[in-house]
Design a protein around this ligand. Structure first.
Ligand code: PEP
Length: 254
């Protein structure tokens, strides 16, 4: 049984005070006995990581993660944050390869493979994002795009390491648009990704790894999405910015 995971990606939203307030509300609303078997990861901007890690100290099922990290451990990279720095503050997770990073910051699968290695070298857990644009889907290129993103970014890893990776399928056309992939569309791609994993790593590894869906997940569509065989939770953007909608989604994953 794969443990469901619900992660909130705050993107460039919430100042420190707002972040503390939101996280405190989430802690109160999402008690361990309420979320039971769901893992929750909150990914605020870098400036809030340390405070939120302290705030969630002792919370069994709520962890804090970064939204990105650099591919080098240190050096002359003005404005960047390294995986080693994240580790030094007790950060346990990072998102890598979000479509906004690919689109606005030119992150390629090759660069992401390096970032994955660096993050893993610091014992960070990684949520690796993939997803096609609307144009790619309309041109029927989505299976190829996903296969390239997953294989070029991750398939250099051993089966042992791969088991603990998390992949987030986030169709770009569904992110922040209010348009969600239908459950059939989402399940189809999740099953496709799992098949790629079976082919490369065998069934045991493929069945251990969690695949999240992201793209306009809301309390009213979460239950159906999360009940699909290969959907192991969600990466949530807009709905993670309010405690009520986020905790409703967490409860939907139970
Ligand atoms: C995201 O940015 O990862 C995301 C899924 O955003 P939203 O839920 O707002 O579509």
């Amino acid at each position: 049984m794969r443990k469901k995971l619900v992660a909130g990606n705050w993107k460039m939203n919430k100042n420190l005070q707002e972040g503390i307030e939101l996280t405190s509300e989430i802690i109160n609303m999402v008690r361990d006995e309420v979320i039971g078997n769901v893992e929750v990861v909150i990914c605020p901007p870098f400036i809030a990581l340390s405070s939120l890690i302290n705030l969630t100290q002792g919370q069994k099922n709520i962890k804090i993660g970064a939204q990105n990290c650099h591919q080098e451990l240190s050096g002359a990279y003005t404005g960047e944050v390294s995986a080693a720095m994240l580790k030094s503050i007790g950060c346990q997770w990072t998102i890598l390869g979000h479509s906004e990073r690919r689109q606005y910051f030119g992150e390629t699968n090759q660069l992401l493979a390096q970032k994955v290695n660096t993050a893993l070298s610091q014992s960070l857990k990684v949520m690796y994002c993939c997803g096609e644009t609307l144009e790619q889907r309309n041109n029927n290129e989505h299976f190829n795009i996903i296969e390239n993103q997953v294989s070029e970014g991750l398939f250099h890893l051993s089966a042992e390491v791969m088991k603990n990776m998390v992949i987030a399928y986030e169709p770009v056309w569904a992110i922040g648009t209010g348009v969600t992939a239908s459950t059939e569309q989402a399940q189809e791609i999740h099953a496709f990704i799992r098949d790629l994993l079976v082919e490369k790593y065998g069934n045991e590894t493929a069945q251990s790894l969690r695949i999240l869906y992201g793209g306009s997940v809301k309390p009213d569509n979460a239950v159906e999405l999360f009940s699909q065989k290969d959907i192991d939770g969600g990466l949530i953007g807009g709905a993670a910015l309010q405690s009520r909608s986020f905790t409703e989604i967490v409860k939907a994953a139970q």
